[in-house]
Design a protein around this ligand. Structure first.
Ligand code: SF4
Length: 370
């Protein structure tokens, strides 16, 4: 991949894809209009767009691929109504339902992560937010995981109170995941039991205690291209360290369980657009990789630099051996990660020294949620 293709007649003065890469590499933000143009580009431009995104990926992350391993620490039994989720209160999906796993099971998950060459162990729990007891339990286990395996730990426990975030930070948790999921405009179509501002608040609380932020989205829930771009630009504004992009896995029984048709080439354009708008941020192909990118999933790594290995929360993923082979076939390398890289540390320092995260609305009274 190398040559830039000609742009259509309506955008003769717009930057070429390679010029967008130049912009990203020199730290100039990509405009909303150009980000939208990436998503709307003709299929014949997909390789050229990926090529531009790859130049940015290569500059900041080389050939590295960082693996994440997910453990569903508490499943189902959730009072929230997120339409995409098999664990929601109005979901009829047949899934395992269990309370927070005990220490042995969470330690076993850490061992699995370590054995799978994953650098980061993600502890995920269903629910609006954890009880203090659950936070204390996770904090206790994390201390032992750190001693035993030295893994980086990312917790996704829902809405957090400031003291809870501090307890996790003090225990050695490195990062908290709390996805935006979709744009502020579209958010209430997906869930009614908490708000977009609730999500921003939890990110704010975590940032305030020095936790790294992981926040991403789910593509394929009926949103527009504008919504996808809004999320990408919001995450750039928030200066998160890590962006997981999920492509909806339709789960029978969940409210958004209907079959969706996401074109794999569109998924590639989404990943490229996120790379160009968030050039130094770790970009992960998360849930739905196998179902939506299908035979083109390896190409997603020309834009993204990380992925999950093994299973997702309630759905199986590709075999770890197949993931390893895919990385090898691309000529890439599974790495210990860029966690301590200059770029990420710079981003972290920048955010820490700026004022607290703005939710972008005038309502200052927002509160909580997962
Ligand atoms: S809060 Fe979490 S577990 Fe509950 S429905 Fe939403 S995404 Fe699913």
């Amino acid at each position: 991949m190398s040559a830039d293709t000609a742009l259509d007649q309506t955008s003769v003065s717009a930057p070429t894809w390679q010029q967008l890469a130049d912009q990203a590499l020199t730290g100039q933000p990509i405009s909303r209009e150009d980000a939208l143009r990436v998503l709307a580009a003709d299929e014949s431009d997909v390789l050229a767009i990926l090529d531009a995104a790859y130049r940015v990926r290569q500059q900041h992350f080389g050939k590295s691929v960082q693996l994440y391993y997910l453990k569903n620490a508490k499943s189902g039994l959730c009072p929230e109504d997120c339409g995409y989720c098999s664990q929601a209160k109005d979901s009829d999906a047949e899934i395992d339902k269990y309370a927070m796993l005990d220490k042995d099971k969470l330690m076993q998950g850490a061992k699995n992560a370590f054995d799978s060459n994953a650098r980061t162990y993600c502890i995920v729990a269903s629910g609006r937010g954890p009880s203090n007891r659950e936070v204390d339990h996770v904090a206790d286990v994390v201390k032992d995981i750190k001693k035993e395996y030295g893994l980086h730990i990312c917790c996704c426990l829902g809405l957090l109170e400031p003291e809870q975030a501090k307890t996790l930070k003090d225990a050695g948790v490195d990062r908290v995941n709390h996805n935006l999921n979709t744009s502020e405009r579209f958010h209430d179509e997906i869930v009614s039991t908490h708000t977009f501002k609730d999500r921003l608040d939890t990110l704010n609380v975590c940032s305030d205690v020095g936790l790294e932020l992981c926040a991403g989205m789910i593509v394929g829930m009926g949103e527009t291209n504008e919504d996808v771009v809004d999320v990408a630009l919001k995450l750039a504004e928030l200066k998160v360290e890590s962006i997981p992009i999920n492509f909806l896995i339709p789960i029978e029984g969940a409210r958004l369980g209907r079959p969706v048709t996401l074109d794999p080439r569109f998924c590639l354009k989404v990943l490229a657009m996120f790379r160009l708008t968030n050039p130094t941020t770790e970009l992960r192909i998360a849930g739905g990789r196998e179902v939506n990118l299908r035979s083109m999933q390896s190409m997603g790594l020309y834009a993204a630099n990380s992925m999950f290995v093994s299973d997702y929360l309630t759905t199986p993923g590709q075999r770890a051996e197949d993931d390893f082979q895919m990385v090898k076939d691309l000529g890439f390398e599974i790495t210990a990660g860029d966690y301590e890289s200059e770029q990420l540390m710079k981003k972290f320092a920048e955010r820490a020294s700026s004022t607290s995260i703005s939710c972008g609305t005038s309502d200052e009274s927002c509160g909580s949620s997962c």
